[in-house]
Design a protein around this ligand. Sequence first.
Ligand code: C2O
Ligand code: CU
Length: 479
Amino acid sequence: MGRIDFVWLGLAAALGACNSAPPEPPPPDLEQAPGWADALRLPELADQDPDPAVFEADLSAKRVPIDYLGGKPTIVWSFEGSVPGPLIRVPRGARVIVRFHNQLEVPTTIHWHGVRLDNAMDGVPEHSQPEVPPGGSFTYDFSVPDAGLFWYHPHVSSAAQVGFGLYGALLVEDSAEPAELGEELVIVLSDMAVNDDGQLQAPDSGGDLATLFGREGQLILVNGKIKPTIHVRPGTRLRLRVLNAAKSRYFQLALAAHSFLEIGSDGGLMSAPRSLERPVLGPAERADLLLNVARTPGANYPLRWVPFDRGYGSTEFRTEEVIAQISVEGEELVPKALPTITRSIAPLPTTDAEPIALRLTQSATTGVLQLGINDVPSWRATPLLAKVGATQVFTIDNEMDWAHPFHLHGFFFQVLRADGSPELPLAWKDTVQVPVKGRVKLVVRYDDRPGMWMFHCHVLDHADAGMMGMINLEADHGH
Ligand code: C2O
Ligand code: CU
């Protein structure tokens, strides 16, 4: 018997003492059986500051064993001993103070992916801070102006460090959002490349070809678990806050007999929801998905990873994989009416925008594989220039045989259609797919946070092979 049933019986008994009317059945509500989602619960980082507007905590990177293969533990790289790292949950507008401690044997940093913070807190070595050496600490102190699902990960040897397990979710909650959207679950999708003996695969295994493809781990993890099961009542509405934290793998999701309603993306809610049969998340992308669980008690629905065409080798000879299960159990729920979910997002005007042309390129001039932007690898690139307050329209052409999730630090953008009008529903994005041999246009307006801001492919093997660049955003001193 669930907790609610106990409460209800107690209440009915109390009422019965002074009123002889027969007790009524419990009202339908969204309560689930105790422990229904334990398989997917992320540990949460505890807030050490009593002020609700300030979140303060210590966060350490360290190696710990996790047993994925059964008896052959893998020494992963973790935040606070878990993969993914603990969920950080804060209200919108909060000040976030994270005292980071590097207990690894190599330098690292934390980048707060998607957060519009000051450049000094962006976690990019050489540009916003020095690397945090082994045994060193760094205090990140910033505010979170936007509601949405963000994440944190290192920005040093990212492909290796993220691939080894260093990532976690940052959920910025908005108290103004309707409460009836559904049972909320933060879902961090990732993968891990582990050898038969349980040891982590070398980050350069497979050589240049693997770099070109972008290395995927063979273990698909959902909140760090292999094929977890959640137990939900028929008719439950779930609100899945999904992040793809894998270094290269795309996640195309499918659930038999169900479709998803996408209500938000990288930067919080979209202007309007849209229905999706098979949501696709490239590395670093987020989706806010509502799912009405079928009213079929006893049914079990496998959530499948479906190969997505991101270029040569991504769909050939690959099969779907079950990555989680939804077991439908108990009494049917009558879900609360879905509130209207809209957000007013004004399209960014592009008339005075400066055009920026970027090509995502591959070269092997000296026999060493180099990826780059406009034929230049990151270590030889000259920063682009922009001024605070300016608007730029990026046209990004992919000249390679593999897709690239293009990510801009520090600022949201809007994706444009070929004719220059905004894609609908309007959404704030920080990462967008540039398909094989395809083109993407986006518009960004820089607010008043000068500094060196990075952009790069979020297939982290590509980024480390040179597909990164910088924007030097200059303060507007006026004249
Ligand atoms: Cu997730 Cu440089 O970013
Ligand atoms: Cu790429």
